[in-house]
Design a protein around this ligand. Structure first.
Ligand SMILES: *Cc1c(COP(=O)(O)O)cnc(C)c1O
Length: 350
């Protein structure tokens, strides 16, 4: 994309463009160094460790992420899971009943849920047989009301990275914003688009602490984009969307990054071992290569195998309803013990 012609204002919903940011009580006095007496937010003054509202701008948490990812804090927005971040992106840019988005199935189901919720047309352009985007078809589908293109890389449920040449072309040719969902990016090294954020004013990257970082329970999603895009999202986010316990836990865990590095190495080893073991199972017809912490397999009869595993106490995900995913199961990599149990059981199924 020619940076000179990119005009973010033309993509923002008119009502959002006009809005002034809501300023919460806690926003207004954040720069005071002195110990203040806070009688402004109708909180209960007696200490419970959570009697005060959380920092609406999550400054400490953002400064840690900023250092670790080498991205300025004004290019970071945090959400109650990346699901909230994705919803904010819809609400900032897509005018209900007028605008459209493009998604590339088989992919993460939340994009279409949010499109429905926000009354936005979802134009689906199927991935090709290698689970890569069809550039010609996408460019034919795009029009002046296409506000967002969602690329999930590594993709859920297929597990593969999307080709960076293809993503570069899509970024250069899209009229709207391109959202790269990197929920699984920590399972591959050096593939994140964060290092190229500066090059593309229309790029939004989402990540999460729910997968590799092992914190699905605290609900923390992260959005990286230009300072201008982040300012728009900041304007419409609920003021206290990240609660205090989540901020504290994330700060504590992010300071110990060796833990997730060890987890990732272990899970990748387990994934390779599981893929090898599954090759020997006769009803498994295909084991798709995976750049994430799950494996998609094609079986003879997904519903039957799903129910057999359930019967034995193992829950996997049947993805057969997705296009190109007929008779597929998605298996998350568990602990060594869990994976071994799965292998032993799956080998006995008749
Ligand atoms: C799991 C997942 C997410 C994570 O969502 P959170 O709300 O952050 O837990 C986002 N995108 C994809 C593709 C996922 O699979």
């Amino acid at each position: 994309m020619n940076k000179n012609v990119f005009n973010l204002e033309l993509l923002i919903r008119p009502n959002v463009l006009k809005m002034k940011p809501y300023s919460s009580a806690r926003d207004e006095f954040k720069d005071f160094d002195q110990e203040m007496i806070f009688l402004d937010a109708n909180e209960n003054p007696f200490e419970t460790a959570v009697n005060r509202y959380p920092d609406p701008q999550q400054r400490k948490l953002k400064s840690i992420l900023s250092q670790q990812k080498n991205i300025p804090t004004n290019q970071i927005l945090l959400g109650n899971g990346s699901d909230e971040v994705l919803d904010l992106i819809f609400r900032a840019f897509c005018e209900p009943a007028k605008d459209n988005i493009i998604t590339l199935p088989p992919t993460y189901g939340m994009y279409s849920v949010l499109a429905n919720l926000n009354d936005i047309e979802n134009r689906e352009v199927l991935l090709d047989s290698d689970f890569q985007p069809d550039l010609d078809e996408i460019s034919e589908t795009m029009d002046s009301r296409t506000k967002l293109l969602f690329i999930c890389s590594p993709n859920n449920p297929t597990g593969n990275l999307i080709s960076s040449e293809k993503i570069t072309k899509l970024l250069n040719n899209s009229k709207g914003l391109v959202v790269i969902d990197e929920a699984y990016i920590d399972f591959v090294s050096n593939e994140s688009w964060l290092k190229r954020l500066k090059e593309f004013p229309n790029l939004i990257i989402t990540q999460t602490l729910s997968k590799a970082y092992g914190m699905a329970g605290i609900r923390l999603g992260i959005c990286y984009a230009s300072a201008e895009i982040i300012a728009v999202l900041n304007k419409i986010k609920p003021p206290y969307n990240i609660n205090k316990l989540t901020q504290q836990k994330a700060i504590e865990q992010l300071q110990d990054i060796t833990r997730s590095i060890v987890d990732i190495a272990l899970l990748n080893e387990e994934k390779n071992a599981l893929s090898k073991a599954l090759v020997e199972v006769c009803f498994i017809q295909n084991i798709y290569p995976s750049d994430s912490n799950f494996i998609l397999i094609k079986v003879d009869n997904a519903e039957k195998r799903y129910l057999q595993l359930l019967e034995k106490g193992i829950v996997v995900r049947n993805r057969s309803s997705q296009p190109l995913c007929e008779n597929t199961l998605r298996i998350t990599i568990g602990t060594a013990w869990e994976n071994e149990k799965l292998i032993n059981i799956i080998k006995t199924l008749k």
